[in-house]
Structures are given as C-alpha cells and as structure tokens.
Design a protein around this ligand. Sequence first.
Ligand SMILES: [Mg+2]
Length: 349
Amino acid sequence: MEGKVNVLRARRLAEKTRIERGARYRTWHRFTIHLTELGVPVGMALALHGPPHRTRRDAPVDQALPLEAAWRTGTPSGGRGGTGRRDASGEDGPRDRTGGVTVIGLPDVVRACLFDLDGVLTRTATIHAAAWKEMFDGYLRERAARAREEFVPFDTVADYEMYVDGKPRYDGVRSFLAARGIELPQGQDSDPPDAETIFGLGNRKNELVLRMIHEGGVEAYEGSVRYLRAARDHGLRCAVVSSSTNTHDVLVAAGIEGFFDARIDGVVAEREGLKGKPAPDTFLAGARALGVAPERAAVFEDALAGVAAGRAGDFVYIVGVDRVGQAGALREHGASIVVSDLCELLGDR
Ligand SMILES: [Mg+2]
C-alpha cells in the first residue's frame, strides 16, 4: 500500500515537473533523488520523469549515443567484475532500478568514470589524515607553547573532513589555519619542512605521507578494483582525478595504474593552472581528457569538497563513497547516491 501511495505521489510530481521542462538539468537530478527518497526505484523515477534538460550547449556530446534516461542494462559481465544481477539493498545503497538486469549501477548515458584516488580507490585517506594530524599537532603545540596558550589538537574526523580532505595540499593548510585564526606567509614551494609558511607546513605533511607510504605500502580497496574491472569490461573510459601530487606513485604502489586512460593529479593541475576541488576544474579536465561531456561522466568521491566539485561541474551522476559515516553530508554536498564500497554498485557487497 505504501509503495502504491509513493508511486502516485511520484506520478503527480512527475507531471508537475514535466510542465517545467525548461528548468535546469539540476532540477531533474534533484527530482530523481527526491523520488528515490520516497521509495520509488530509481529506474521508475527516471522513466516517470524523462530525460534531463541539457544546459551545456557548447559541451561536446557524442551524438551517436542517445541521451536517454535509461539505466545501464545489458548482459551480465563475463569478466572478473560485475555479476550482472543486482538485488535491492539498504537505504544508502543502490536499489533494483528496473526489476530487470542492471550491471554497474550507473545511468545508461554514462560513458566514462572519474575516480578520486585517496579513500575511493586506495586506503590512503587514513594515511593522509594521520600525516595531517602529525604535522598540524606538531606545529600547533610549538605555537601554543610560544604564546603560553592551550594546545588544541587537530581532529582527524571533523577538521580533516571540513578543511583538508580532497583539497590541494596548500589549500588544506591555509583552510585549516584560517579556521584557527592563524595567518602565515605563503612562502615558496621550495620551502624546507621546518619553515613557518603555508608551503613549509604543506611540505612537512608531504614528507610524512611519503614516509608512511614507503614504510606501510598502499592498499587498493578490493571492491574498487572489482568495480574498475567491471567498468573496463563494459567499455567505460576511466580517469583518476586527484589533488595528490603523489598520484602516479600511489597508483603504481597499489598496482592499479593500468586501469586508467588519463590522470589529472596535483602535478597536472599545477602545470595547467587548474583550480583544486571544490572547484570543478580537475574533473572537467578529466572528462575532456577522455573526450566525454559531463552529461556522460560519473564522478566517484569520498570527500565533501570532491562531491561539491562534481556537482559544480554538472556531472550526470555523483557516487559518494562513505568510509567514515558522513553519508548525510555527502548527500548535502551533491552526491546522487551514497555507498560504503563500490562493490555495492555491482550488487554483491
Ligand atoms: Mg578522497
């Protein structure tokens, strides 16, 4: 009965929204999310509403492919990745969208996947959080002792998520210090790790990360590796889009560099003058590198700033990856769906 009521409400909403077909694409997206929150399977929500309104007239779109709001369906993967069949899952996970076969949990229009690195593909987010803490606590302790003030440590959950996660390193330093009312000179990128500048502190943090990676190695999430294989099996182009200047080394250390057609990392961003997340520049550059418009590309992110970057770039689908219990915040920042592991999109967590 409840399901029937939800469908009726969904139809009314769909009718209302069809009248406003000229509304921005984003409205369509929010509407779809709204329907799914009512308990309507996503496939039905899309069928009720029809295709999104395209707003980027200048964006390159592969005209050979129909821009329709169908979901990726087809034969089950014969490879090591997708299993083909997917069952309904919990509130945050994907649902059985059409009652039929769905494969890798993406709208059928998607032709490319843009993956963040730390926290999405590799377990390096915990390494970064630990390095940020060691660096900031060392500096804050020194500073508090000098000023005879109380030492308030860096919080690896709240401070990490709010001020540094997903951002270019020096933006993270500046952002967190500003929150503590601390202003330091910018310095230069060649500043030594003990320099009391934005660059100096950033370089100190990077030294710690490299030491931790060197000592402990890098591990890719098993579910992410399976998802990458499934994406490749289904002909999707893949890029990694990370603020990290160590992206290449991390990909090699984790043994997953072969999955990607393009890499937009901190080195490329600096060379090309791209703004870091939450600006959409790096994801847009990743889509360009793959020859795909944002309307046909999915973003995979675990950071609030990264999800916001995907939303700002008007990407058709944004998968929020919740490793630390921030599903609500990921949705608020623009995630289309939130999963705790990419294998949930394959329907076999
Ligand atoms: Mg990340």
